[in-house]
Design a protein around this ligand. Structure first.
Ligand code: ADP
Length: 423
């Protein structure tokens, strides 16, 4: 074979390694491929990759070919007092034709493996300015290691360095992700515990304020209205946060019962009537005369409706209107919560159901809220087999739509009433 043909063949094999490098994420097979090529292309008995252990500041065999390859993995190599260590320290390739004449030669490896080293070529593994190890070819079969051999090893060492760095980044990313997941779980647990603990005192505040209002003077009733309004809003936020954890972990269990949606909407609208009045808003309720039976988790359904109603009241201005309408359709029930408020620009329509998404800048916004309500609404509606969407014109108002399956007497018999895990 001519020199040129040999050169082309070598380059082709290096190209193959490059291709593998860009198409595989598994580090070990790639490193073994690299040392295998290193040994073949330099016509050596074996090749190995040693990496610097940052904790012990020693070199460790990461991959090796040849009969002693397994044993090598357990033998640490010092930086001072080894040729590989010198290559790493000096960041320079080295060719040694007879290691026994080298004061830095580390004999322990040969003693432990029983494999003698005569000649050696080593190149550093560096990423940018950082050198992390050494690629070595051991015992050239014929003649001495050439400059061409060192070039080949340098190209392969660069490939190995990239592969190792990629693997390190992937591991780091994975660890960071796991840590984030853990933090996210802690956050959700904290939210759930805090909401749960706040539930009872808030229930007391709402209960007492409502009963005090009945016998209060007009002035005191007005003040109690403010208390009730704030407490109602707080309760919606807390119920929303409490549901978030179950939804996040897909652990939600619906406690489904057969209920009349029209009666539920009417009941909730009465709760919000005084809140609307205090804000100078008209609350209009349009319900069908007959029962609208659905199979739903009553408490969760209330979270959905209360979020939509309190948003419609919140993003509105005095003199405005909030309308609740329920219509029966073929096999579904359609709930519309409309307001004549600030409206939502089209570019936000796709995002307002995302967690923590708020249209207004959180630092300068005029309205309260934590940006969770609509995401919980959407997921709870989905858990009930329904769908939700918004129609809105900026400056004119919004209509939030919720469509839920109507109860089918036959279907109800077969699914039954009780706990229903989120699918
Ligand atoms: P928040 O607790 O902030 O109200 P939501 O998830 O309920 O969170 O709503 C997300 C965002 O969508 C709100 O911050 C608001 O910008 C916008 N939004 C929701 N409902 C309305 C509405 N009826 N009118 C105008 N904007 C609304």
């Amino acid at each position: 074979m001519t020199d040129l043909a040999r050169q082309v063949q070598r380059l082709e094999r290096i190209l193959e390694v490059t291709h593998e490098l860009t198409s595989t994420v598994a580090l070990e097979p790639l490193l073994y491929r690299i040392i295998h090529e290193a040994a073949e292309l330099t016509d050596s008995e074996s090749a190995s990759i040693l990496l610097l252990d940052p904790r012990t500041q020693q070199l460790r065999f990461q991959a090796a070919t040849g009969s002693a390859s397994r044993q090598l993995l357990d033998i640490p190599v010092p930086i001072d007092g080894s040729i590989a260590g010198r290559v790493l320290r000096d960041r320079q390739p080295e060719v040694v034709s007879d290691v026994h004449e080298e004061p830095d030669y580390y004999r322990t490896v040969a003693e432990k493996t029983g494999v003698e080293t005569h000649s050696l070529a080593g190149v550093p593994l560096c990423i940018h300015e950082r050198c992390i190890g050494v690629l070595e070819a051991i015992n050239k079969r014929e003649g001495l290691f050439s400059a061409e051999d060192v070039d080949m090893l340098s190209v392969l060492a660069a490939q190995a360095a990239v592969a190792i760095e990629n693997a390190r980044l992937v591991t780091e990313l994975r660890e960071a992700y796991q840590e984030l997941e853990q933090l996210d779980h802690m956050k959700s647990d904290f939210i759930a515990i805090a909401s749960h603990e706040l539930r009872s005192p808030l229930g007391l505040i709402l209960g007492y304020a409502t009963s005090l209002q009945q016998d209060a003077s007009p002035e005191a009733a007005k003040q109690l209205n403010v208390v009730i309004r704030a407490a109602t809003r707080l309760r919606t936020i807390m119920e929303t946060m409490l549901n978030l954890r179950y939804l996040e972990r897909r652990e939600i269990e619906l406690s489904v019962t057969l209920l009349d949606l029209a009666a539920e909407v009417s009941d909730i609208s009465e709760l919000y009537r005084s809140v609307a009045e205090t804000s100078g808003l008209h609350l209009v309720v349009d319900l069908p005369d007959e029962e609208v039976l659905i199979s739903a988790d009553r408490q969760r359904l209330r979270v959905v409706l209360e979020n939509l109603i309190s948003n419609a009241l919140e993003f509105n201005s005095p003199g405005g209107t909030v309308e609740l309408a329920v219509t029966r359709e073929a096999e579904e029930v359609h709930i519309r919560v409309s307001d004549s408020g600030i409206g939502i620009a089209p570019e936000h329509h796709a995002h307002i159901f995302d967690r923590f998404y708020q249209v207004e800048d959180p630092m300068s916004r005029r309205h309260g809220g934590i940006g969770l309500g609509l995401s919980v609404v959407k997921e709870l509606v989905q858990a009930h087999g329904g769908r939700t969407w918004v129609e809105s014109t900026l400056g004119e108002g919004s209509t939030f739509h919720v469509v839920l399956p109507l109860d089918q007497p036959d279907a109800f018999q077969s699914t039954g009433v009780g706990a229903q895990p989120l699918g």
